[in-house]
Design a protein around this ligand. Structure first.
Ligand SMILES: Cc1cc2nc3c(=O)[nH]c(=O)nc-3n(C[C@H](O)[C@H](O)[C@H](O)COP(=O)(O)O)c2cc1C
Ligand SMILES: [Fe+2]
Ligand SMILES: [Fe+2]
Length: 398
């Protein structure tokens, strides 16, 4: 990615990663990901905001060398310490030995822990609301803990009406030539934002809501997050999506998640889908947890109002891929759903009870469960139809 100008005082100097297959060792990257870094130019000093993942530092350092005409980089502001953004700090110190690293108390503790940079003279410790003057540009620091880690903060430049938001408003997908949303077709990035939010940040909705409220009075023309496009023309749309996700506010639709070894449990999933469709529901996503990546399943389950989960009993437990999915729902404190359970067993209906109890423990509305023994018969089919009808009547979003 070449060095790009966003506005008179702000340059993009991030990188694309199209080689890592799993983000955080867990989440697939079918379209890659970008690690965004920005340079804010003032008439008395320049500041870099965040660095990039260490495996992609070559492109990053090349961009910084291209900036030679700009002069020295005086400050490195660290909004977030996850290594996808902090990884190149040691290389940057090698390149600019007098650069001052700007962060809060927790940031600096983490820099010592991750990178063993212990010389105090490298650091400028800032607090919520503090400002740093670059001459005709100013940086203002806004603490936003747990958007995604405890040290997370945002940096605002009032002269450019630009918010450097860290992981908030970030999305998967490398940048394919364009940088600012107005310059590109954004469909893929917006779809991927649901997956990014639900997979990575999903647990921290209360903190994301607080951070949005805290920055809501700032005039903002550009949101520069750490992953994906710079938001400009679509700011309102993007903020609305993240606000809804952070409040666990669902969209109309139903996700059906199941696991199956020999296809019998899959028959129940299909019958639920057919019945719900017959009852007028148009947005139904059926996921086989045995073969599909958990990342996409979490994304739909987080996004839509209805959630139906089923699995066979396996060694007296819930069939493992479905148990893993249920654990992911608990971790993300999923709420505001209408749910139902189904299960299948050779001799003991444990899976159905365990799934029903996991869904009820989330505090979600529960329409009922169907415990099938071995394979589909008229009795099971009739129970599925009854539960589907009750489930459909409980959905509040058309
Ligand atoms: C390895 C294995 C372990 C199983 N463990 C149990 C069990 O502990 N309790 C039980 O009731 N059924 C158990 N079953 C039976 C399955 O739950 C039953 O065959 C079910 O119909 C499988 O659903 P499927 O066709 O969707 O794979 C087990 C089956 C397999 C293959
Ligand atoms: Fe992060
Ligand atoms: Fe990140």
């Amino acid at each position: 990615m070449n060095l790009r100008q966003i506005s008179p005082g702000i340059l993009y100097c991030g990188v694309n990663d199209r080689s890592t297959t799993l983000f955080e060792g867990l989440w697939p990257l079918p379209y890659g990901v970008s690690y965004n870094s920005y340079l804010v130019k003032g008439n008395s000093a320049n500041a870099l905001i965040d660095t990039v993942e260490i495996g992609h530092s070559r492109d990053f350092l090349n961009s910084l060398r291209d900036m030679a005409g700009i002069g020295h980089i005086d400050y490195l502001v660290i909004n977030h310490m996850e290594p996808d953004h902090s990884g190149s700090i040691p290389l940057l110190l090698d390149m600019f030995p007098t650069i001052k690293i700007v962060g809060n108390m927790k940031t600096i503790q983490m820099i010592r822990g991750f990178y063993h940079i212990n010389d105090d003279s490298h650091f400028i410790e800032i607090k919520d609301g503090d400002t740093l003057s670059l001459g005709d540009r100013t940086l203002q620091f806004v603490m936003t803990p747990m958007v995604h880690w405890p040290e997370t903060m945002m940096t605002y430049c009032p002269e450019e009406k630009t918010l450097f938001s860290g992981d908030a408003f970030g999305t998967f997908g490398a940048l394919n030539g364009g940088l600012i949303d107005d310059e590109m077709e954004c469909g893929m990035y917006i779809e991927e934002m649901y997956r990014y939010y639900s997979n990575i940040v999903g647990k921290y909705g209360l903190f994301v809501t607080k951070a949005i409220a805290k920055t809501s009075s700032l005039p903002i023309s550009y949101i520069c997050s750490t992953h994906g496009p710079v938001w400009h023309g679509r700011i309102q749309e993007i903020v609305d999506i993240v606000k809804r996700l952070a409040a666990w506010e669902p969209e109309p639709g139903v996700t059906i998640v199941y696991g199956s070894m020999y296809g019998n449990t899959a028959d129940v999933a299909d019958l639920f889908a057919t019945e719900l469709n017959r009852l007028g529901i148009r947005n139904i996503k059926v996921h086989n947890a045995t073969v599909e990546n958990l990342s996409h399943i979490i994304s739909d389950a987080f996004r839509y109002e209805g959630l139906i989960v089923g699995a066979p009993t396996y060694s007296n437990e819930v069939f493992p891929p479905v148990q893993t999915f249920l654990n992911a729902m608990r971790t993300r404190e999923i709420k505001n759903k209408v749910t139902a359970a189904f299960g299948n067993h050779g001799w003991a209906p444990l899976a159905t009870k365990a799934i029903a109890s996991a869904l009820e423990q989330l505090g979600c509305a529960f329409a009922g469960s169907v415990a099938m023994r071995q394979s589909m018969d008229a009795q099971t089919a009739s129970e599925v139809k009854d539960v589907a009808k009750r489930f459909a009547s409980m959905l509040t979003k058309a």
